[in-house]
Design a protein around this ligand. Structure first.
Ligand code: ZN
Length: 296
């Protein structure tokens, strides 16, 4: 969820190094891996969780791991995506009841989230790989998701805790937006002048999403005019990802539609997203598409 400037620099370095075919890129990556297990993070979406949103339990602890993996691979292949089961910042799922349950918890939310997009969408943004692991650690912080555009990938993780399911889906879209922003601007932290203009000078952002970790942060909706969530206030790039994430997720999307009725700045941000994604998908993700999500 949070972007960390060291992570981004590392990703950029990896991209540059990998383009140059430099074998030392693994050293750069190794240097940024946490050497200790970070403290558990309480799910920041627990307090503002639309509990009325239920996800089909297509995966369960009773399903053999190999069957679950094959089913996930097949469903992602229908979206032109490949599943990857390992990452150096996380651990692999193994064939135990506990891990089958953890993978089920993750897949039951991540797959429906990704399946909201048109099947051609991911090829269009240059995303090829979805990494599913457990216990993801980034910059000594426990994370549930991370964009990795240098490897055309996004990582989603189960961290074995009480989770708001819709909150996890919101992260699916939130990270996708970071990925798209990076692809468009070549930078996670682009000071998008179009977005800044939407704020009309009323919003001063904080010091980045990473500063929300380790403090028991809870992400509540619409804390003030122009902001979809408390987390959106941490940085411009988080604001964009939060608006999109909330608009894409049942339960949260309905709240956004209510708030924009009396909030012109937030309404302008909602319009920005609809226009951007309608254009990107030849009208498939238009205003009606987002209205249908909000109606679920
Ligand atoms: Zn983020």
């Amino acid at each position: 969820m949070a972007l960390n400037r060291n992570t981004a620099l590392c990703a950029v370095a990896l991209l540059i190094l990998s383009l140059a075919g430099c074998a030392s890129s693994s050293l750069v990556e190794q240097a940024s891996i946490a050497s200790t297990t970070p403290p558990k993070e309480i799910d920041s979406m627990l307090k503002e969780c639309p509990r009325e949103i239920h996800y089909p339990q297509a995966f369960t602890a009773a399903m053999p791991l190999a069957v679950a993996k094959q089913t996930i691979a097949t469903r992602l292949a229908a979206l032109n995506l490949r599943v990857v089961w390992q990452h150096q910042r996380g651990a692999v799922f193994v064939d135990t009841v506990e891990d089958r349950l953890r993978l089920a918890q993750l897949a039951n939310v991540v797959l429906p989230g990704l399946e909201r997009y048109p099947s051609s969408f991911f090829t269009g943004i240059g995303l090829t790989d979805v990494v599913l692991v457990k216990d993801l650690v980034v910059s000594q912080q426990q994370r549930r998701a991370m964009p990795d555009p240098a490897n055309a990938a996004i990582i989603y993780a189960d961290n074995d805790d009480e989770l708001c399911p819709a909150g996890m889906e919101m992260r699916v879209h939130h990270e996708l937006y970071h990925f798209i922003d990076y692809r468009v601007f070549g930078d996670f932290y682009h000071r998008d002048p179009v977005w800044l203009a939407l704020n009309r000078g009323t919003i001063e952002y904080g010091r980045g999403g990473a500063t929300a970790y380790g403090i028991g942060f809870q992400n509540l909706g619409h804390p003030s005019a122009g902001l979809v969530s408390r987390y959106a206030a941490y940085a411009l790039e988080e604001d964009k990802s939060e608006v999109f994430g909330w608009m894409m997720t049942p339960g949260y999307a309905a709240r956004v539609r209510q708030w924009v009725e009396g909030d012109e700045v937030l309404r302008a941000k909602q319009r920005f997203m609809i226009e951007q994604f309608s254009l990107r998908t030849a009208g498939a993700m238009n205003a009606d598409f987002f209205a249908r999500i909000a109606a679920q």
